[in-house]
Design a protein around this ligand. Structure first.
Ligand SMILES: [Zn+2]
Length: 162
């Protein structure tokens, strides 16, 4: 069973699904659904359309370089059927999927780090500036807290720079 990739959005096209267009120079374009086919007919560039994989890869939104992608390769030579190999492949699929999902979660968390530290910095600055707005009995308590927070952020910043 050969699984093709959609020319527009790069999702998997399973046998019997989607549509195939053969241009008069014999180049084959496969589409997973009419949405992708229509976008192709409108001559849209998949790199400029936000929901495609090409766009997301180009802008580093998805994990692009990972060892788990090496398993999925297009081979033009048919493999001889071997029951053991097939069995092992089927066993490995859930494991590889799990590893890939975990790495993807890590990738997203790493990308969110910058925004999170920025919002924390903004909060700390606001707290430092408007400390006098708090009720008088709470000021000393919050002052020490702010100092701790600011020093924490500074060490974090130093770690990021290194
Ligand atoms: Zn598609």
């Amino acid at each position: 069973m050969r699984l093709e990739k959609c020319w527009f959005c790069s999702s998997t096209v399973y046998p019997g699904h989607g549509i195939q267009f053969v241009r008069n120079d014999a180049k084959i374009f496969r589409f997973c659904r009419s949405k992708c086919h229509k976008n192709f007919k409108m001559k849209r560039n998949p790199r400029k359309v936000k929901w495609t994989k090409a766009y997301r890869h180009l802008r580093g939104k998805d994990m692009t370089q990972d060892s788990t992608f090496d398993f999925e390769r297009k081979r033009n030579r048919p493999e001889r059927y071997d029951r053991n190999v097939t069995e092992q492949t089927l066993k490995a699929i859930p494991l590889i999927t799990k590893i890939r999902q975990e790495r993807q979660i890590n990738h997203i968390a790493k990308r969110q780090m910058a925004g999170k530290s920025m919002s924390r910095k903004k909060d700390a600055k606001e707290l430092e500036q408007d400390l006098q707005m708090l009720p008088k009995k709470d000021i000393s308590h919050y002052e020490t807290k702010t100092k701790v927070l600011v020093s924490q952020l500074k060490t974090e910043e130093n770690l990021m720079e290194e």
